[in-house]
Unconditional design. Structure first.
Ligand code: SF4
Length: 156
């Protein structure tokens, strides 16, 4: 039989990280696949997409989703509150962006949502991938997130 390998979804990233389907994550975290879709639509995370367009989740993504749930259920934040917290990340300093980009970026100082939730930031218009960006990677590493924000507020 002729198997088209292109149509087979891999279960690992190229670096060997295990990938989970939305259904597996939903089962693991006792939530629905619709809730995962909602978190994505609300701009709380950037999904890993296979070439087929299907979503997959790494362990790091799962930890981040657990953190989102904690903010909702324990800290009583709504989606706008979480987006606002994430918008405080000094992305232009973390990346860092050139002055020209910073001047025109819609995710500038007055934004109330994280930079990856904008379609038209200069970096996204250049085709940069938010998932592999240092800004988003720091968010996925929850321990760093607190540290970044505390440094930011001490400096301001
Ligand atoms: S590439 Fe994406 S995550 Fe990185 S700074 Fe630009 S918009 Fe933000």
């Amino acid at each position: 039989m002729n198997i088209n390998l292109q149509s087979v979804d891999p279960s690992e990233t190229q670096s060997g990280e295990k990938l989970y389907t939305p259904r597996e994550v939903a089962h693991k975290l006792d939530l629905s696949v619709e809730t995962l879709r909602l978190y994505e639509r609300e701009g709380l995370f950037v999904p890993y997409k296979l070439s087929s367009g299907h979503r997959r989740f790494t362990e790091q993504d799962i930890e981040w989703i657990v953190c989102i749930q904690r903010q909702i259920h324990e800290n009583k934040l709504n989606f706008a509150g979480i987006r606002y917290l994430l918008s405080m990340l000094p992305c232009h300093e973390m990346k860092p962006c050139c002055l020209e980009d910073h001047a025109v970026c819609p995710a500038g100082n007055k934004a109330c949502r994280p930079c990856w939730d904008f379609e038209d930031t200069p970096c996204r218009e250049r085709g940069e991938n938010c998932r592999s960006c240092v800004v988003y990677q720091q968010v996925l590493n929850i321990d760093n997130l607190k540290q970044i924000l505390s440094v930011k507020f001490k400096c301001d």
